[in-house]
Design a protein around this ligand. Structure first.
Ligand code: ASP
Length: 469
């Protein structure tokens, strides 16, 4: 039995729905289908989830108008498949009812609005499959016992879910129906609707694949495979046919957005292979993501990713290595501001903390820096706002000597300053901090070196630093 998930671009309009139906008809072992909300399409470049966020935030006439636009997206698909008004109206009514419904606070309200993108899409797909004579039914995460933490818009799954899914598996085996499950949302123990982080339908698919003991988790999107570098940065990067879970997790953390980084975890826990495939080209083999023991690396590196969502705080203080409690005081300040950090490389007299920039609103930053200054009295404090992280990943580098040299050499030749370098404990990744403006060039150079594609880059001087405090 396979769990199969379709992303928003695969369900953006009626033409794409047709492709999805073909994929479902091709293989009877595809028993559980997880759907995202309709994404961008040729005639409409708005994601329904973004429209729902606007819908939640607006009022009166503007709200009514956005509600109509949302309903219209589904209506167009329904009309193309001859879904009757009697069947479609209950779906539209769910959207119309949202503004007057009552919620446990604004964050839970926002979660429920957002979740309706996938909820309606799953209900609509079930109707269309039935109209085509395929036995299928809508299955709500509530029916499956999908339980998550009390974080309305950034929830994580609770382990009780897997006990519930073991029961659901018997039900699935006893039925003929294909289950159509909306991705992205779950419920708290007290029954409140919560969503995972953005792009979280991948997470739902992975949880179901683990809990229902799927033989494979197929993740259908709009590319033929995962590539060794971002195709917007490197021209025609090499496709990756097979990679390990750890490689995928590290690459998706640092910018490979094809697959949500949190979605790897349930797949690892259940040892379910993931296959990323293209809805528009389902016969292409895609990328298979498997346990390390099965990954058979063909090259030293499998991929190079970069993410520009970071910022860093550099602290210098002499004899830092001898000072008891310095880091503890720092972490206590971060805790007070409810800020988590990503990495913390340190030296004898200095420490850098790397943050996801979205964690720290610009009005909070001056207060945070002032508190750190007052409490820790560093000799030097520098805030670097344009920090990018590159992740060079490959099971093939585990036992190789000289990989760091091969990475750093072309960067040095092209005057790309390395702010930080960190070899992961797993020995399959090297993390490099560079200035944001140089991140794309750095990716091209590293890719070129390991994948042999010469690139001509302009010689340039290192960028100026931006300093606060
Ligand atoms: N529709 C949600 C989003 O846009 C979840 C998803 O697409 O996976 O974030």
């Amino acid at each position: 039995m396979k769990v199969i998930k379709f992303g928003g671009s695969s369900l953006a309009d009626a033409t794409h729905f047709n492709d999805v139906i073909k994929v479902l008809q091709m293989d009877a072992s595809r028993r559980v289908v997880v759907v995202s909300a309709p994404g961008k399409c040729a005639t409409d470049d708005e994601k329904v989830t973004d429209l729902l966020i606007e819908y939640a935030r607006s009022h009166d006439k503007a709200q009514k108008e956005i509600g109509e636009r949302i309903i219209n997206r589904y209506q167009q698909i329904a009309t193309a498949f001859h879904i009757t008004a009697a069947q479609f109206d209950p779906l539209a009514e769910q959207i119309l009812a949202l503004p007057t419904a009552s919620f446990h606070g604004p964050a839970f309200r926002m979660a429920t609005f957002k979740a309706h993108g996938e909820k309606l899409n799953a209900q609509l797909l079930a109707l269309i499959l039935n109209a085509k004579g395929m036995p299928a039914r809508y299955v709500d995460p509530h029916e499956l016992g999908l339980i998550a933490t009390q974080e309305p818009n950034n929830a994580t799954v609770l382990t009780q879910t897997y006990t519930h899914l073991a029961v659901a598996r018997h039900q699935l085996m006893a039925e003929r129906d294909l289950w159509v499950v909306p991705g992205f949302f779950a419920y708290t123990l007290s029954g409140q609707l919560v969503t995972f982080s953005r792009g979280g339908s991948d997470i739902t698919g992975a949880i179901l694949a683990r809990g229902l003991h799927a033989s494979e988790y197929e993740n259908f999107t709009d590319v033929d495979s995962i590539y060794a570098a971002n195709p917007n940065i490197v021209t025609n990067p090499a496709p990756i046919s097979k990679m390990s879970y750890v490689e995928m997790r590290e690459l998706s953390y640092a910018g490979f957005s094809v697959f949500h980084d949190e979605a790897i975890i349930p797949a690892i826990e259940g040892q379910v292979p993931i296959c990323v495939k293209n809805t528009n080209h389902p016969s292409a083999p895609g990328t298979l993501i498997v346990p390390t023991s099965q990954s058979q690396p063909k090259r030293v590196i499998t991929g190079v990713a970069s993410s520009k969502r970071f910022a860093a705080l550099y602290l210098h203080r002499y004899l830092l290595n001898r000072e008891v409690g310095f880091t503890l005081k720092l972490l206590k300040i971060l805790f007070r501001y409810h800020i988590s950090y990503e990495h913390m490389p340190s030296g004898i007299d200095d420490l850098t903390i790397i943050f996801d920039r979205n964690q720290i609103p610009s009005d909070v930053l001056p207060h945070l820096l002032a508190d750190i200054k007052a409490t820790l009295q560093p000799d030097r404090l520098q805030w670097i706002d344009d920090y990018a992280i590159l992740m060079v990943v490959g099971e093939g580098m585990r036992n190789q000597v000289g990989v760091i040299d091969r990475i750093l050499h072309p960067l040095a030749t092209h005057h790309i300053g390395v702010q930080m370098i960190n070899q992961g404990a797993s020995r399959i990744s090297i993390m490099i901090g560079v200035r944001e403006a140089q991140a794309d060039d750095a990716v091209r150079l590293i890719y070129n070196d390991f994948f042999n594609q010469p690139v001509a880059l302009p010689q340039r001087q290192p960028a100026q630093e931006v300093t606060h405090g």
